[in-house]
Design a protein around this ligand. Structure first.
Ligand SMILES: C[S@@+](CC[C@H](N)C(=O)[O-])C[C@H]1O[C@@H](n2cnc3c(N)ncnc32)[C@H](O)[C@@H]1O
Length: 386
């Protein structure tokens, strides 16, 4: 059978599984095409407003990009990709797996029958899949998310969506930690929305400590945790930097103000936490440095406009944070955890210990970025003694 017939056979199987609802997952691997840092692709069937699509997640070294394709677009991507850029592909359906391999001119397809697999629902409707399914919880009411009737208040819909998205993301990151009962520190915990949601969702599988400057919030949080029967959740008063973080498996910080995010990252690195995840808030420190420094002339066309300066400062601050984490032995990803329609501060930096590239290469990049933007020192560099 010719190469194009083999590829056609695989693509047809994908189209058929998409059409009859038996498609569970499609994976592409062995990439050797022209896109730098592209590692793999995974696709699932989704149902969005525009109709049913194959949702492709393109996994790059430091980021993921999602594209929802019609089945015709997907078929054409597969037909050309399998002939050229991808060496392997695997289709998983409810009835069989189809493995495609290409080695030089030789193409092989292997079919493995499977039993007992359930079809997956093609949906983007998160309301059905939300982590917090039961909204009639007293803690949700006490935190102002739900009304007396146990329904999410109209003015708390965005917050509720954010919490759910965060729980989905953090629950899987925390469950990937090797420790039997991971110790998670939430720095700048505020009212502890995420901590209560994680305590609810993960039950007794995690120990949660919220560190918060404002004593009144800490007292309220502890009272509510005890009323809710969350024995593994507690809040402690004090500053992020003063807290003894040793033994932490994960350090997280959501919208901790300006450099408090750096304090949290530093505490995570110092403790050797397996996971550090921060959603930064304001980015004043680097903005002030860019304004006071001598950025490259070529950047003047951007930096002379306040709005672009603001956006650049945000990206440079967080880009440097990711590099500093890499220099400290963490592999990092930055992505939007929720649409910017719900919060403009929607970036999440996720750093997992191990597998980082060369420390020197990261330090060299940091030096180059600082020179380009006229930055004297990132606050986190100072904490790390760099
Ligand atoms: C914008 S709120 C976010 C609260 C919570 N993480 C959330 O996402 O709902 C930031 C919180 O961080 C606390 N905070 C800021 N700097 C801090 C520090 N250095 N140490 C401890 N808490 C801090 C503030 O008191 C505030 O409650």
């Amino acid at each position: 059978m010719s190469a194009s017939h083999r590829i056609g056979e695989f693509v047809e199987a994908v189209c058929a599984a998409f059409a009859d609802g038996s498609l569970i997952k499609l994976k592409l691997g062995g990439y050797h095409g022209g896109e730098a840092d592209l590692k793999s692709v995974e696709a699932r069937k989704v149902s969005i407003k525009a109709g049913e699509r194959l949702s492709f997640v393109f996994r790059y070294k430091t980021r993921d990009i999602t594209k929802n394709l019609t089945i015709d677009e997907a078929a054409s991507l597969l037909s050309s990709g399998l002939a050229d850029a991808w060496r392997s592909a695997r289709l998983e359906t409810t009835a069989f797996d189809l493995q495609f391999e290409r080695q030089g001119d030789k193409l092989r397809i292997k079919r493995i029958e499977v039993e007992g697999r359930q079809a997956v629902e093609a949906t983007h409707d998160r309301a059905k899949n939300r982590a917090l399914t039961d909204t009639a919880k007293p803690w949700l009411h006490a935190l102002g998310i739900t009304g007396k009737d146990g329904k999410v208040r109209s003015d708390a819909q965005d917050k509720f969506r954010q919490i759910n998205k965060m729980v989905e993301i953090f629950a899987s990151l925390i469950q990937a930690i090797k420790a039997e009962k991971p110790r998670v520190l939430d720095m700048g915990a505020g009212k502890g929305y995420l901590d209560f949601a994680l305590a609810e969702h993960l039950g007794g599988k995690v120990e949660l400590v919220g560190v918060e400057l404002r004593r009144a919030l800490v007292e309220d949080g502890n009272r509510l945790a005890s009323q809710s029967g969350f024995g593994d959740l507690r809040f402690v008063p004090g500053s992020i930097l003063d807290y003894d973080a040793s033994g932490a498996d994960a350090v997280i910080a959501l919208h901790a103000c300006d450099t408090a995010t750096d304090d949290a990252i530093f505490q995570g690195i110092k403790a050797g936490a397996e996971l550090i995840a921060v959603a930064p808030c304001c980015h004043k420190q680097i903005r002030r440095q860019i304004e006071a420094g001598k950025p490259a002339d070529e950047l003047d066309f951007l930096l002379r406009h306040g709005t672009f300066l603001e956006k650049q400062a945000e990206m440079v601050t967080d880009g440097l944070r990711a590099l500093l984490l890499e220099a400290s032995g963490y592999r990092t990803k930055v992505f939007e955890f929720v649409s910017d329609a719900h919060t403009p501060k929607n970036n999440l930096i996720v750093a997992q210990k191990g597998g980082a590239g060369s420390r020197q290469a990261a330090l060299d990049k940091i030096a180059a970025v600082k020179t380009l933007f006229g930055i004297d020192k990132h606050y986190l560099e100072g904490l790390l003694g760099l």
